[in-house]
Every structure is written in structure tokens, then in C-alpha cells.
Design a protein around this ligand. Structure first.
Ligand code: ATP
Ligand code: MG
Length: 257
């Protein structure tokens, strides 16, 4: 069984539907007298996305802002159900999504860590044990009793990273978590990721840092406007993506594939 993929997406599509009310102009206001103008804005964030992540593989994801990377991570993490297609995941997921998803900012760091542990089904004792390891890794001991809304974004992501990587996940989803830590924490977290590579079943890492992706990933996937443009060797994808960032034209780069 171990040669079947750990994560498998087949033809996955997802559309955000947002109700917006816009101010009517004068004529519309007269025509609709009293009735508010409402419309639904659709964003096709994922379009027929298909790929697998094999046992032991670290898949990096690149793409411009709004390409659908975080949406993809939420879909894999089971936070947004796809409208179409199928997502199969083998094992327990620890999702370290865009900064602090899952944390309640009104609660203290300590309370959030305990809740996160209990939520993954761990016993109280195991959670207490892990608590110490988490705090040590995050190095924010003196802030653990403060509400998390008072944390700097780096502190927030330190704790998120420490929690997610201490739960011994089979699957680790990391979205931008490495980008807000300071240089010391960045180094420490890429070290941790390298250690987890051996024990975790699979990892998916979203980052805008090509250096990070090159260092950690076995393979890269490039997303653009909800679609998978290409997957392949990190070097090759980074070259094409960097070229695209410079030229701004996807077709010019596609010839390379
Ligand atoms: N909660 C939401 N409601 C409505 N639209 C959303 C929501 N979240 C994201 N979107 C839209 O979906 C598209 C993809 O967004 P997503 O956050 O997945 O991009 P991303 O690749 O993670 O970008 P970034 O590099 O900026 O993090 C964007 O057009 C965005 O406006
Ligand atoms: Mg994102």
C-alpha cells in the first residue's frame, strides 16, 4: 500500500462565492427604490487541479499572489470542501496554514496550544508533555499567558510552527510559515522540516522564497489563476517562474516546457 500516493487530487475545482452589496447609481436607486442591490462575486480559485504527492516527498508550491495556493492548502487540509473533483489523503494532517489559522486570538498562547493538542485527539497528559517541547521550540515562554492578539506576527507564526511540527503529523502542510520568522527562527524551522522529512509521510510547502523551496522540496508545482501550470524539478520550475515574474507573460515561458 505504501506506494499509493499520500495525497491525491483529481480534477479539483473550488469557487468562492461572496455576496457584495454595491452602492446603486441614481437611476438604479430610483428603479429599485427601497430594495438593496446585491450580487454574488465568483472567484474560481481552483480549476481542475490534479496531482499526487508520494510517500516521503516534499512538494513545494509557487505562484503569484492570488494564484490559489492557500486555497489549495485549505482544500487538502479539509477546511474547504471542493465543489468538484476528489481529494484523497492518507494519514493525519497537521495543517500550518496561513499564519495562525486555528488559533483563537482572544485566548492565550497556552490555551491555544492545549486546545490544538486536544483537538487532534491527544490525551491531556500527552498534551502537557508536548506543551513544554512546543514552548521551548517557539522560544516565547514569557508570552504564553498573554492573549495571542498581542503577539507580533513572528511570534504568532513561531507558535503555529511549533504546534504543527510537534504533533508528529503524517502530513505537514506549511503555508508561508517560514517567511515571518526572524533569521534565527527561519534557520531553526528549516532544520526541523529536514528532520521531519524522514518521519512524515509527505509535506506540502507554500512559499515565496525560492531559496527555501530549492533547499527543502523534491518537486515544485507552479500555480497560476487557479490552474496548475507545471510541475517538475525545483530548478526548472524556479527558472520558468522567475522568468515569468520578470516578463509577466505566461505564454512566453510555456515554450520552455
Ligand atoms: N475567503 C475568501 N473569500 C473570497 N475569495 C477568496 C477568499 N480567499 C481567497 N479568495 C480569492 O481566491 C483567490 C486565490 O486566493 P489564495 O489566497 O488561495 O491565493 P494565494 O496563492 O495563497 O495568494 P498569496 O500568495 O497572496 O498568499 C484570490 O483571487 C482571492 O481573492
Ligand atoms: Mg496565500
Amino acid at each position: 500500500m505504501s506506494d499509493s500516493p499520500v495525497i491525491s487530487l483529481h480534477d479539483v475545482s473550488f469557487t468562492y462565492r461572496t455576496q457584495i452589496s454595491r452602492k446603486p447609481n441614481f437611476m438604479e436607486a430610483v428603479r429599485n427604490a427601497g430594495r438593496g442591490q446585491r450580487s454574488t462575486k465568483l472567484v474560481h480559485a481552483l480549476k481542475n487541479v490534479t496531482f499526487d504527492v508520494a510517500q516521503g516527498e516534499v512538494l513545494g508550491i509557487v505562484g503569484a499572489n492570488g494564484a490559489g495556493k492557500s486555497t489549495l492548502m485549505r482544500a487538502i487540509g479539509g477546511i474547504v470542501p471542493p465543489d468538484e473533483g476528489e481529494i484523497r489523503v492518507r494519514g493525519e494532517i497537521s495543517a500550518l496554514l496561513a499564519l495562525g489559522v486555528g488559533f483563537n486570538p482572544q485566548l492565550s498562547g497556552r490555551e491555544n496550544v492545549i486546545l490544538a493538542g486536544l483537538a487532534t485527539g491527544l490525551s491531556r497528559e500527552v498534551v502537557e508533555e508536548q506543551y513544554q517541547a512546543i514552548v521551548e521550540f517557539a522560544e516565547i515562554e514569557e508570552f504564553m499567558d498573554m492573549p495571542m492578539r498581542t503577539y507580533s506576527s513572528g511570534m504568532y507564526s513561531r507558535l503555529g510552527f511549533a504546534v504543527a511540527t510537534n504533533m508528529n503529523p503524517d502530513i505537514l502542510l506549511i503555508d508561508e510559515a517560514l517567511s515571518t520568522g526572524d533569521a534565527h527562527f527561519k534557520e531553526k524551522s528549516s532544520q526541523r522540516i529536514k528532520e521531519l522529512k524522514d518521519s512524515a509521510g509527505a509535506m506540502v510547502i507554500v512559499s515565496h522564497s525560492m531559496a527555501t523551496l530549492k533547499e527543502l522540496s523534491n518537486r515544485l508545482l507552479w500555480m497560476h489563476k487557479g490552474e496548475v501550470i507545471a510541475t517538475g524539478e525545483p530548478e526548472k520550475i524556479i527558472d520558468a517562474y522567475s522568468k515569468f515574474l520578470k516578463v509577466g507573460n505566461i505564454n512566453a515561458v510555456m515554450e520552455d516546457f
